[in-house]
Design a protein around this ligand. Structure first.
Ligand code: NAI
Length: 742
């Protein structure tokens, strides 16, 4: 059987997210709820969601709506029925009875429950129905979270489960991990335990919440929401329900009980409406004082809020775990206490929860966005170090066996949940060819890989060195981190700006431009395979590659104007060239510069490859891939198919009308200024952009080369970075992570 038609029942957070992802996969889906009004509202929410749940909003009508009373018959047409209703067993049982009466023979039925065991859900079913019933546990937000846990039992039709698994991998782009029917499955069992440990240890060790989040965050390879920030995001009330269910399901001998007791502070917060971001606030809250929004953090002792402070851990960006846990201060002690407990707990779950420790690591990566799971942390620390560091550690069987082997490394293959030849697997076996502080180059048989390796993969001179050197072979630019690249490293540029060392900035930009030129004209193929953010300089790298193999979850665009700059790595030039190939530009040569002025001036972005096409951020030859694990294999295939046919492109010749089109752009700026949509500095930035895109001092009969355009970009950038207002904007962005509006 094939999955061609799906019904999702329950149109809340999860049901609507799942329906949207099916819609993204071009699968017709019907979303049912108690009333059609509710599912209609959910459809509207999907359409308006931010970040968007849909990769192509024009497909919204692939989602039909209805209600369970009048439209249950639609279940009879579905190959897969997903239940995502309220977490109440009696209501779920009633619904299953209705579904099973009308379902198509051989269809798959699944529940999205996060806490109810499979055997309890299916208790009233016949063996025939049990064969086709499983749990498909998606994570929120469904489009963006990689993990899908498929919980099944011996009674299940294994062929069908495997079919479902490949469907979810291929079509829904999920890392689908098969799980046993144990409480919380894999992700939440370890993830929620980790959160509880991080929270209870912080309280025990008298760390304030910002300190705990600063440690149980980036230095451990955990998202910067940390523990208290994540609690607020999930919702204190939802976490409370999840904990209660764990306490109910797990034997009292399980150490989960030690960390999951309800805290009076949390109870008090929930009762007073402080349920997290969806409520009045939680551990953090936004308070308005004198018209200004201020982030406040709670004092765990007295429940009072105070303005949140940035914690300086005095840590290098790439601190090793060993260094972190060896620190002789409260931060080191906290880190060790938390990490050691998480590793021990994860190890205690083998083999009862999963026989493959690797699955635990992958569940933490895909479901909680950790960069490494507990076993990779153990590998990094070294088994001997881990066991011998602390005499009080109660070592369990799994760790004992590793220790007795006397080998400090034990880690086997990665990403065993999939047969795909993923980046994670290839990196393990590929030779590291070059390694600088900003990028790693791997050498494979007929291609190289460059992986950026900085915070948010921002780019500097070292990143360019790595790219340039790697073009002596076919090249794939790809990374395991969340972002392809958030752009040029502004800290790096600001260091020079502080010293007024404009020459150094000029040198760097020239290096950037010549590297991108090399990517474009190299005899070898260059493929960029982005996911996450590919902004500014990151975007310039990918549009000057031969092909882009893009994950569907990407954000692309040239956003330099937000910080008072303009793209100077070839972004203006390349976008201009793309728009010059259009019919409109053939009729009116000013069309392309004006169009690009609009796109770059407003810092427009696309949030999927489909949205990227109308901007010409991507072209029809580029590829859009649902499953992030497939970015590398698809890029490899592309190399194999076209490497012999590949020819470097012809260098473009630009004919631009100079002041003729520039005057039109200036007029647009004047109007925006009059309407108070931009301020004086915005005008300045707009004018510099206009100068570049109009070709500078040129006219329509003059021919400009690619280098002429690069030179214009560079000159404008240098003029802008010298402005105090631009520097102030950059500083604001670096401090807050957000651009200054106006
Ligand atoms: P929700 O409360 O947002 O939505 C539940 C929806 O089900 C509501 O629209 C409600 O009207 C509808 N509903 C209730 N009874 C119904 C019935 N008899 N027939 C049809 N519709 C009915 O809940 P949410 O968060 O979407 O959770 C749904 C399921 O997914 C639960 O089992 C939950 O444990 C699980 N889950 C939730 C996650 C989350 O982050 N919210 C994550 C993973 C799983």
């Amino acid at each position: 059987m094939n999955i061609k038609n799906v019904v999702v029942i329950g149109s809340g957070t999860m049901g609507s997210g799942i329906a949207a992802q099916l819609c993204n996969a071009n699968i017709p889906v019907t979303l049912l709820d108690l009333k059609t009004e509710i599912s209609e509202k959910a459809k509207k929410r999907i359409f308006e969601s931010k970040p968007p749940l849909l990769i192509d909003k024009s497909k919204i009508d692939n989602i039909k709506t209805g209600n369970v009373k009048e439209n249950i018959d639609v279940v009879g047409t579905a190959d897969w029925v997903i239940e995502a209703i309220i977490e109440k067993i009696n209501i779920k049982h009633d619904l299953y009875e209705k579904i099973l009466k009308v379902r198509k023979k051989d269809s798959i039925i699944s529940s999205n429950t996060s806490t109810i065991p499979l055997k309890v859900l299916s208790a009233k079913m016949s063996d025939g129905d049990k064969r086709d019933f499983c749990i498909t546990h998606f994570f929120n937000p469904v489009r963006y979270m990689g993990l899908l846990e498929i919980v099944n039992e011996n009674i299940n039709d294994s062929k069908k489960i495997n079919l479902l698994k490949s469907f979810c991998e291929e079509n829904l782009g999920k890392g689908a991990i098969l799980c046993k029917d144990t409480p919380g499955f894999i992700g939440n069992r370890v993830g929620v335990y980790a959160m509880q440990v991080a929270m209870t240890e912080a309280i025990k060790m008298k760390l304030n919440i910002e300190e705990a989040d600063a440690i149980f965050g980036k230095p451990m390879g955990i998202p910067k929401t940390g523990v208290f920030g994540l609690y607020d995001l999930i919702g204190l009330d939802l976490m409370n329900d999840v904990l209660k269910s764990f306490l109910r399901e797990l034997p009292s001998s399980d150490v989960f009980h030690d960390v999951a007791k309800e805290l009076p502070l949390v109870k008090n917060l929930i009762e007073s409406g402080y349920t997290g971001r969806k409520g009045k606030g939680g551990f953090y809250r936004i308070n308005k004082k004198e018209g200004k929004k201020i982030l406040e953090a709670i004092n765990l002792d007295n429940r009072e809020y105070f303005p949140s402070k940035k914690i300086d851990l005095n840590i290098e960006e790439k601190v090793s775990l060993k260094e972190l846990v060896s620190r002789n201060d409260k931060y080191g002690k906290y880190a060790w206490s938390v990490i050691s407990k998480i590793i021990l707990y994860a190890a205690s779950l083998i083999p009862s929860v999963t026989k493959d420790y690797n699955n635990i690591d992958e569940a933490m990566r895909l479901g909680f966005n950790w960069t490494k799971g507990p076993f990779e942390m153990l590998e990094e620390l070294g088994v001997k170090f881990f066991v011998e560091k602390d005499n009080n550690l109660k070592i369990n069987e799994f760790i004992k066996k590793l220790y007795q082997k006397k080998s400090n490394t034990f880690y086997g293959s990665r990403q065993i949940y999939t047969d795909l030849e993923t980046l994670g697997k290839i990196k393990q076996i590929a030779k590291i060819k070059n390694d600088n502080k900003s990028a790693i180059t791997y050498e494979c048989s007929n291609y190289k890989i460059v992986e950026f390796n900085t915070k948010a993969n921002t780019l500097d001179s070292d990143s360019m060195d790595a790219l340039k050197k790697a073009t002596d072979k076919n090249l794939i630019v790809i990374n395991e981190g969340m972002q392809f690249s958030a752009g040029v490293n502004l800290n790096y540029v600001m260091e020079f700006a502080k010293e007024k060392n404009w020459k150094a900035i000029e040198k760097f930009l020239h290096h950037f431009q010549m590297t991108c030129k090399q990517l474009k004209y190299s005899e070898n193929l260059v493929i960029s395979a982005p996911s996450g953010l590919a902004l500014g300089g990151g975007f310039e790298v990918l549009i000057q590659s031969d092909y882009v193999v893009a994950h569907t979850n990407i954000t692309l665009g040239l956003v330099e104007t937000l910080v008072g700059l303009i793209p100077a790595g070839g972004g203006c030039k390349e976008m201009l060239w793309r728009w010059m190939q259009t019919e409109e530009t053939k009729k009116d040569p000013d069309f392309a510069p004006q169009k690009v002025f609009d796109i770059i001036g407003y810092a427009k972005t696309a949030t999927s490859p489909i949205e990227a096409i109308p901007f010409k951020f991507l072209l029809a030859k580029d590829k859009s891939i649902m499953n992030r694990d497939k970015l590398l294999p698809v890029s490899q295939d592309l190399i194999a198919k076209i490497k012999d046919k590949h020819k470097s492109p012809q260098p473009p010749i630009f004919k631009l009308s100079g002041s003729q089109v520039r005057d039109k752009m200036f007029q647009t700026l004047e109007n925006l200024f009059k309407e108070k949509k931009i301020l004086e500095h915005g005008m300045e930035v707009g004018k510099k952009l206009a100068f570049v895109l109009s070709g500078g001092n040129t006219n329509i009969n003059k021919e400009l080369s690619e280098d002429d355009l690069y030179a214009l970009e560079l000159e404008a950038f240098i003029q802008l970075i010298q402005m105090e207002k631009t520097q102030a904007r950059i500083k604001h962005t670096l401090n807050t992570g957000k651009p200054l509006i106006n």
